[in-house]
Ligand binder design. Structure first.
Ligand code: 13P
Length: 227
């Protein structure tokens, strides 16, 4: 199966820096690449040759939802999908399994692809709750052929603490037993560790934060996904 490597730029890169990235970014054939810039940079990004996803999407078609963006607005721009339920949204912006479900449903119905995120916190892992947390989060995610899941253990995001390939494999196998879809790994993926993570049988790609901001390091991760 072709690996999917997605760049989550989080709150980095306005339109000018977005264009600078694309001037220098090259990916090999044989890997699916998705780039997720901040909302204000989507319009610049869709003019380029890559598949562009937003970092969130609302469930309503329109309405009094300050700061939110609808499926139709993204489709009008030429955006092809959205990340939903990232742990930073769950942790800082009140995202719940219910809102994740509603956002996924609306996006899929509107023809967008979805990268739906799940993952346990460090406290949950230490309390032996990883399986229960993943089960709860995964069953809230709708089944659809345009949806992939990203397993992002919260303790591995932006910390430099990557899950070992064995920990990732175990979580991915559990997720796949609940939801028949591609599962990406996210959490401190770098050019140096990408190949061994992607070599695991149930790791079908990566969702990359920090290391996706530099076009050369993101390209190196994309190359590791082909090798
Ligand atoms: P880092 O790669 O910076 O750890 O971020 C992972 C992530 O949250 C991608 O969505």
């Amino acid at each position: 199966m072709t690996n999917l490597i997605a760049a989550n730029w989080k709150m980095f890169k306005g339109p000018a820096e977005t264009l600078e990235f694309f001037d220098r970014f090259e990916a090999p054939d044989g890997v699916d690449v998705v780039i997720c810039p901040p909302f204000v940079s989507l319009e610049a990004a869709v003019g380029e040759e890559w598949t562009i996803y937003a970092q969130n999407v609302h469930w309503a078609a329109e309405g009094a939802f300050t700061g939110e963006t609808s499926v139709q607005m993204l489709v009008e721009l030429g955006v092809q999908g959205a990340i939903v339920g990232h742990s930073e949204r769950r942790q800082w912006f009140g995202e719940t399994d219910e809102t994740v479900h509603a956002r996924c449903e609306a996006a899929l119905e509107g023809g967008l692809g979805v990268i739906a995120c799940v993952g346990e916190t460090e406290a949950e892992r230490e309390a032996g709750e990883t399986e229960a947390v993943l089960h709860r989060q995964v069953v809230a995610i709708p089944r659809h052929d345009q949806l992939v899941i990203a397993y992002e253990p919260v303790w591995a995001i932006g910390t430099g603490k990557t899950a070992t390939p064995e920990i990732a494999q175990e979580a991915h196998a559990l997720i796949k037993s609940l939801h028949d879809t591609r599962v990406l790994y996210g959490g401190s993926v770098k050019p140096e560790n990408a190949a061994e993570l992607l070599a695991q049988p149930d790791v079908d790609g990566a969702l990359v934060g920090g290391a996706s901001l530099d076009p050369e390091s993101f390209a190196a991760i994309c190359r590791a996904a082909v090798a």
